[in-house]
Design a protein around this ligand. Sequence first.
Ligand code: BG6
Length: 471
Amino acid sequence: MAIKFNDDFLWGGAIAANQCEGAYLEDGKGLSIQDIMPNGVVGDISDEPIEENLKLIGIDFYHRYKEDIKLFAEMGFKTLRFSIAWSRIFPKGDEQEPNELGLKFYDSVIDECLKYGIEPLVTLSHYETPLHLAKTYDGWRSRKLIGFFENYCRVVFERYKDKVKYWLTFNEINAVIHFPLMGAGIYTPKSKLTKQDVYQAAHHELVASALAVKLAHEIMPEAKVGCMVLGVVNYPMTPNPDDMIASMERDRDLMFFTDVQVRGKYPRYTKKLFRDLGVEIQMEPDDEEILKNTVDFISFSYYMSKCTAKDVSKYERGRGNLTSGVKNPYLKESEWGWQIDPQGLRYICNYFYDRYEKPLFIVENGLGAIDELVEVNGIKTVIDDYRIKYLNDHLVELGKAIDDGVEVMGYTSWGCIDLVSASTAELKKRYGFIYVDRNNDGTGSLERYKKKSFYWYKEVIETNGKILKEE
Ligand code: BG6
């Protein structure tokens, strides 16, 4: 099959403020929940920001963004996905007036992208709720956050309306159910929360997301706003119809979020789902009307697939991206135990497109791996053939999805420059085309080095995918 990407296909990379910027208190920034999460989602939070938290310095993108964007431009990026840290613009989250210095920083980041013809793709909220909102209101459990978020969106839309066309509302909005602190800034420990609490918080985020779409369209008629979900494929472990039904139900954990944001209303199956879970969503009179502001496209992360069974205890569990299922015996896994499934990307693209017929944007995909910095002809680099293979195989399958008829706007590889991981908050797990000299113990010069994959991805973009190889 000849792989054919559209001429205007948006090739690029993705990063998030809290995982790369550092400068956690600079120029008036307030604390975000990430500043007290030194262990990602796998350990305890700290009372105050502590030095061990690698995100406080990140990869120092805040001071090195010009150098980094220049490297992205050298690879030929057409787009860069990054997030605005809400707490840089509203340090506490509930103020009326924004922090001008925070806005100035993103003025410069955006201008730097535009200088190279790189389209900014901006995430409004990437696991970065201001800490004050988490502590004072219990994050998105409170309806008040809708108003604070709307105010924040209005400010950034007004500021960047002539420069940013592509926006995403909440990163992996479906994560709220399993990771309430990271997904929705809920400070109460998960063990004390009921399903009612988390689905109500999800409802507030869904209303806020729809309001953001409405506002964006009013302020920037040309803008395209997407939802963003954590995309995981669920295969039934066996052809036993019980496993098939279990897999259908797991799919709905995810599809619930796209259904609301793409179709503009709660799907009918939520009636039974909520009855079973003991959930009764508290709606305000306007909520149903607000939800009708649907997204222009669907974006998602895709790293892996998993299997589902009615009785999961019979099987070996796998690990994964903020979610885990039964291990698939046909797949290999990464060093972090995430099962690698390029065909799953083709599958999920078709699944979304069959259901909604809306353009898709793959805004995260990549391999977290341990890299070794070596010297070749006096130049420091990483020979990351394993990463090239992972990305090649996924892009080949994406090409097949396009050939199947799916409309795909673009692809941004996750962590195009090494950054602090979200789930385990470490630097040893690297995704980048660019190596950053910083280690789990905080040591390192922060120097940047091009990996072998840097040159490979440059060629992929240059040839619009023609060098991709099907094995
Ligand atoms: C997604 C997040 O869940 O996966 C990113 O949107 C995250 O923030 C990425 O970094 C990879 O996960 P991890 O845990 O390897 O960083």
